[in-house]
Design a protein around this ligand. Sequence first.
Ligand code: URA
Length: 445
Amino acid sequence: MRMYDLIEKKKHGVALSREEIFEMISLYTEEKIPDYQMSALTMAIYFRGMTDEETFALTEAMAKSGDTVDLSRFGDRSVDKHSTGGVGDKTTLIVAPIVAAAGGVVAKMSGRGLGHTGGTVDKLESFPGFRTSLSPEEFADQSERVGLAVIGQSADLAPADKRLYALRDVTATVDSLPLIASSIMSKKLAAGTRSIVLDVKCGSGAFMRTPEDATRLAETMVHIGIAHGKNTAAVITNMDVPLGHAIGNAMEVTEAIEVLRGGGPDDLRTVCLTLATRMIALSCKKSIEEAHKIAEDCLYGGKAYTKFCEWIESQGGDPAYARDPALFGRAAHTGEVCAEEDCYISACNAELIGTAAMILGAGRQTKDSVIDPRAGVLLLKKPGDRVNAGEVIARLFTERAATLDTAADTVRAALTFSDTAIEKQPLIYAVIDNCAVFSKEDPSQ
Ligand code: URA
């Protein structure tokens, strides 16, 4: 195989064979293909796309490029959830304990945040002592005992994707549907769960900007999952606006605890129940109606919150913080963004709100940036809300006072106002279960 020939083929829109893809990924993992040739190929893929067969082969080749996790001891009960990345997305903190309380096993690897999106591992590290790195034995033992363990992504899992993703990040080839689908699903296949539920974000804070593109990505990933023998479902959710009110690590943990205690924002609770319903349906073999009822019972009956506290303590975190989130404390410096006149908020660019939180210290500008767990944005008003002149729209929190002005300007730039009320956008665009779209009567929506 000559890499030059593969680039030439793809440049002319000719499909690569399964053998060519496997050999290329194997050579790239061994660093025998230079990055300049691989970036030429990814750019050709960006413009020419891939057939389903090529996308499936690329996913499988990357999934097999390193270690795979064996969760067979949990039979059908193991289930993973993946979000394509958003702002204020703390759903794993809520969904995982609901599913574990219902009898599923959530043995999960999660990423760190980069740029405007947050990462579950960073949020969990807000708990003093929480260990995001466990040995394979500890990971298996905790998954067995608690039904729930979340650790950082292992470098040995799908190493080909790790290299390729870093390359795509600097060559403007991240936003290619087959490359995103194969990147995400290669890690999910290697992570070894029997079922996978995908939260595909759609809107200004997400890779996919329109419901049509998000649906195409979701369908491709569901097809890949099913082709590899995994029960797979996907939920397409709105990311034009941050989810919930809190954007920033300890603030998001606090908001997640509010939901687990039966309160918290409606949008966050609805997305969590929708995802948990699919995870319970697949891992506990229930109908959607039964699974939805179980999810609600676990949430409102307090079992999920008890499971959350058990999880945090079991992974080394101080459980006192789970019982009393006020212990996280407040950042030293605060600021406000207020309405200048009586009006309605008509839009809110989620990416810019995430960027403001990052500027305040809640996220990473580079891989080596140090996160400040108490920094972030509390977005009190959202599109559709009426505000009066002088009313606070957002509160800002930081340890670095010098960042407040730029962050406030960024929040202002994210907001659009109007004199008249606007219709709110849907929170959930569609649900795809084994490629059948559920009807609107689905009780979890
Ligand atoms: N997340 C991933 O893991 N890979 C992508 O390509 C995009 C988002």
